[in-house]
Design a protein around this ligand. Structure first.
Ligand SMILES: [Zn+2]
Length: 307
C-alpha cells in the first residue's frame, strides 16, 4: 500500500537548531481561499454596517478558489476589470456595487453583462465594500478626515448597528485655524488629480477650524453638518438645490462648502484599505499580494472655466 502523502516531510533540525532546507514551510505562505479573504474583509468592514438600500458582499466568485492577488478600486468599470485580470488578481474589491438595482439579464451585449462575463471567464471574483466601508472605523470618511489633519473625529450620523465611532461622514477639528482658501488648497493637495478639480463656496479669507467631511455624495447630510457646527463641509456631487439652499441657510456664511470629485474623495480609502486587509491576512499567516488600481474612473475628462 502506498503511504498517504500528508504534505509533511520528516525534517529534523540542524544541530544548531536552524531548520533544514527541506523543512516544511507550506503553512507559512499558503494562499487563502476566497472564503478566508471574505472573513478578513468582514472583520474590517462588517456587512451589518451597510445602509439598508445598499448591496454589498460577493458579486461573483467561488469561495473555495485560492486567492494570491487582490486589487482594490473605486468602480467596477470594464477598464478596471481588465486591469485586475491582466495583473492576475483572483479578487477585485470595489467600493461601488456593479449590480445595485435588479437586472433581468447579464448577457454580454450589455455593459454590466460584459463585466460579469469577463470576471467569470477569467476566474476573477468581485466583492463590493460600499457603505460598510464608509461607516467602519478606518473607512472612507475616516481616511479623508485623517488626510486633512482633523483631530477629535466623530461620525456625522451614527451607524444603526455599529459602535459610537462608526457611521456615515465625520466631523473634527484642524489643529490650527486657517483660511478657507488655504484649507481648500489642502483639500486639493491630498486628492488624486482629476479634471473637475475642487469647487469652493464661501469667503476665501474666512477662518475655519471645525470640518465636516463625507466621502462620496453627501448632500443628504446638511442637517447633521449644521448640527455639528462645522465651518466647512467637504463632500462630492453637491447638486444645485441642496447647495444653494444650504448657502441661504448659512449662519455667518458657515458652513462653507467644498465640492470635490466623488471618485477622488473615495480613492483615498483604497491604499488604507489595501494595507488594512494585508495586515489581517498576514496576521492569519496568509501571503497575498494586494495592489490599488491605477485606473482613473472619474467620469469627467476636461473642464472649461471662465478666464
Ligand atoms: Zn461613492
Amino acid at each position: 500500500m502506498e503511504p498517504v502523502d500528508t504534505g509533511v516531510t520528516d525534517a529534523e533540525p540542524h544541530d544548531d537548531g536552524t531548520p533544514r532546507e527541506d523543512a516544511p514551510v507550506a503553512d507559512e505562505a499558503a494562499p487563502p481561499t476566497l472564503g478566508q479573504v471574505l472573513l478578513a474583509v468582514e472583520e474590517l468592514w462588517p456587512e451589518s454596517l451597510a445602509e439598508s438600500w445598499d448591496e454589498v458582499g460577493l458579486v461573483a466568485g467561488r469561495p473555495t478558489a485560492p486567492v494570491t492577488r487582490v486589487m482594490f478600486a473605486v468602480d467596477p468599470t470594464l477598464e478596471v476589470i481588465e486591469e485586475a485580470v491582466e495583473w492576475g488578481a483572483e479578487l477585485l474589491i470595489t467600493h461601488h456595487p456593479l449590480l445595485l438595482r435588479g437586472v433581468t439579464s447579464v448577457a454580454a451585449t450589455t455593459a454590466k453583462g460584459k463585466a460579469i462575463h469577463r470576471l467569470i471567464e477569467s476566474g476573477t471574483a468581485l466583492l463590493t465594500v460600499h457603505t460598510n466601508g464608509d461607516s467602519a472605523v478606518g473607512g472612507v470618511s475616516d481616511v479623508l478626515a485623517d488626510a486633512l489633519g482633523l483631530e477629535g473625529v466623530a461620525p456625522l450620523t451614527l451607524a444603526s448597528n455599529g459602535l459610537p465611532e462608526e457611521g456615515i461622514g465625520r466631523v473634527g477639528d484642524l489643529a490650527d485655524v486657517m483660511s478657507l482658501g488655504d484649507f481648500a488648497a489642502r483639500v486639493f493637495g491630498i486628492l488624486p488629480s482629476v479634471a473637475g478639480g475642487v469647487r469652493v463656496s464661501g469667503d476665501k479669507d474666512g477662518l475655519v477650524r471645525r470640518i465636516a467631511v463625507c466621502g462620496g455624495a453627501g448632500d443628504s447630510l446638511f442637517n447633521e453638518v449644521r448640527a455639528s457646527n462645522a465651518d466647512v463641509f467637504v463632500t462630492a456631487d453637491l447638486r444645485h438645490h441642496p447647495a444653494s439652499e444650504a448657502r441661504e441657510a448659512a449662519v455667518n456664511g458657515r458652513p462653507y462648502l467644498i465640492d470635490v470629485s466623488h471618485f477622488a474623495s473615495e480613492w483615498l480609502w483604497l491604499p488604507a484599505a489595501a494595507s488594512a486587509l494585508g495586515n489581517v491576512l498576514t496576521d492569519q499567516g496568509h501571503d497575498v499580494e494586494i495592489q490599488v488600481s491605477s485606473t482613473n474612473s472619474d467620469p469627467w475628462d476636461f473642464i472649461l472655466t471662465p478666464g
